[in-house]
Design a protein. Structure first.
Length: 493
């Protein structure tokens, strides 16, 4: 090197730190412009002649039209299910039924990406959740119950379990395919046939699943899918040919169904709403608890029956915890559900958005302090930013009523007794969460929390082998696990 050599200077272009989206393609999905009902193993036009649009809540575009089943259509679906039941399905050996369920599980896995995109388009949930939660869990439920189909005698030792008959199942819009799996898999495993009614805003994955069931060779009429709104659901649960009603949805509609079924010999399970308390003690690992609380309320935009929508934080750590929570909320990405980076997608419908807004306005009007991070919401579609409410008291509607949106009501407590009293002070009893370093305190709390599920130092953990269900106005009956078979079998004490 010569003496006069000077160090080489390199100029680098400034790094571009602007946001780059990572959008899932929709090319894998094809949605028919018009879809009929799925009855007796084929698609049929609705006798009612009516239909309605299924809309993408992220951009308000119509994805397609689906049929609206009237009473005559419900009747046709129930008869198809009855024929399939009596003509073979109930008498098929469990080992044969399990083959169909295994096949459906495997096909769901093979077509997981397609179903995930369809679920996100129709319902507004982030593709990351549809892909990583809804689809794997739906397939897992079919695998799990496929395993029970030929072992029912072992599920209920000493009993002779027999199928109940035709199951009329009505499901909500927050986890359309997963709720289908929770209901259809145990019913079919136990030898029943099914008429399923999905929610009116999210019919598409159920119809696609029905078509897939034909590819799987499921005998005609074993699974029937009828689309429509409340009137269709009411006609199904009230139909005299239905032996077992399984409903997941709001407590208000659950009460109507309980009245409609009263006096009949139909079996009934109700999986209803919730207002879960998420209790954080001062010895909890705070950063992990923040993640748990965020997952607990903002998963699926808060459209979750077991959402941890009330945070009870020990008074001594209230300020530090709320500051951390605000910092974390600043990082949440709200927007296009098809973007793989999105944390919070679209609100499922304009009606649901109105309900959230109404309760939030009430929270403010009655003295709650609303906090929301700065975030730009898309111009079209239905959106609501992640929201915290401070200064909430037990009597606030936002502390008592299910908001079913991304809204967290924050309260404090000093002692374990006070935490329990506040946590149990709602009409609901579906789920709860506890964060503490002390194992004995977890057990003490779990004993006293009026909730079907209590998560400790975690939240929103599901497994097909684990029963799920509520107390009080959150309903009765369990789905998942061996318990999930019980409503679908006779002959078990
Ligand atoms: P919803 O009660 O309005 O509707 C649920 C279903 O019932 C829909 O398919 C609807 O068309 C149908 N329906 C409406 N009126 C009916 C009637 N009179 N008879 C028969 N069917 C009728 O509830 P939603 O808004 O779709 O869902 C949100 C609710 O579901 C929330 O309260 C949530 O907590 C609850 N949910 C509970 C669970 C659980 O496992 N406990 C799981 C998911 C959702």
């Amino acid at each position: 090197m010569s003496d006069d050599a000077s160090p080489a200077t390199t100029t680098t272009a400034p790094l571009d730190w602007s946001y780059a989206e990572s959008k899932e393609s929709t090319a894998i999905v094809s949605i028919p412009d018009e879809q009929g009902l799925w009855i007796g193993g084929r698609e049929v036009a609705a006798l009612s002649g009516n239909g309605f649009a299924s809309v993408n809540p992220a951009n308000e575009e119509t994805l397609g039209t689906v049929a609206e089943a009237g009473e005559a259509d419900v009747d046709a679906a129930v008869s198809a299910a009855r024929t399939a039941y009596e003509d073979g399905w109930r008498d098929l050996p469990g080992s044969e039924r399990s083959k169909y369920l295994f096949r459906l599980a495997r096909m769901l896995q093979e077509r997981a990406r397609e179903f995930a995109v369809l679920e996100t388009l129709d319902g507004g949930k982030p593709i990351r959740e549809a892909r990583d939660f809804d689809l794997p869990m739906a397939a897992a439920h079919f695998f799990y119950y496929a395993g029970w189909a030929d072992k029912l005698d072992y599920a209920f030792p000493g009993a002779t379990p027999r199928p109940v008959g035709v199951a009329g199942q009505v499901i909500p819009w927050n986890f359309p395919l997963l709720m289908l799996a929770w209901k259809v898999a145990p019913a079919l495993a136990a030898g029943n046939t099914v008429v399923l009614k999905p929610a009116e805003t999210t019919s598409l994955t159920a119809l696609e699943f029905a078509r897939m069931s034909a590819e799987a060779g499921l005998p005609d009429g074993v699974l029937n899918v009828i689309t429509g709104a409340g009137a269709t659901g009411a006609a199904l649960v009230g139909h005299e040919g239905v032996d077992k009603v399984a409903f997941t949805g709001s407590t208000a509609v659950g009460k109507l169904i309980q009245r409609a079924v009263a006096g009949s010999d139909k079996r009934l399970t109700l999986e209803l709403g919730g207002k879960a308390a998420h209790v954080v003690f001062d010895d909890a690992p705070l950063d992990q608890a923040i993640e748990g609380v965020v997952n607990g309320i903002f998963f699926n935009q808060g459209h979750v029956c077991c959402a941890g929508s009330r945070l009870l934080v020990q008074e001594s750590i209230h300020d530090v915890f709320v500051d951390k929570l605000k910092d974390r909320l600043d990082l949440l990405r709200v927007g296009d559900p098809l973007d793989k980076n999105t944390d919070i997608g679209a609100i499922n419908s304009p009606e649901q958005l109105e309900r959230i807004k109404e309760l939030v306005a009430d929270g403010e009007a009655t003295g709650g302090e609303r906090w929301q991070p700065a975030c730009d919401l898309p111009e079209r579609g239905y959106w609501f930013p992640p929201t915290l409410f401070l200064g909430v008291s037990q009597s606030h509607r936002i502390a008592q009523e299910e908001i079913f949106g991304p809204v967290l009501s924050i309260m404090t407590f000093r002692t374990e007794d006070e935490a329990i009293e506040k946590a149990n002070n709602t009409p609901y009893g579906l789920s709860a969460g506890v964060w503490t370093n002390k194992g004995s305190r977890i057990l003490w709390m779990a004993d006293r929390l009026e909730a079907g599920v209590v998560w400790a130092n975690t939240y929103n953990q599901f497994d097909p082998a684990s029963p799920f269900g509520g107390y009080k106005e959150s309903g009765f009956g369990r789905e998942g696990g061996r318990h999930g078979l019980l409503p679908y079998v006779e002959g078990v004490a």
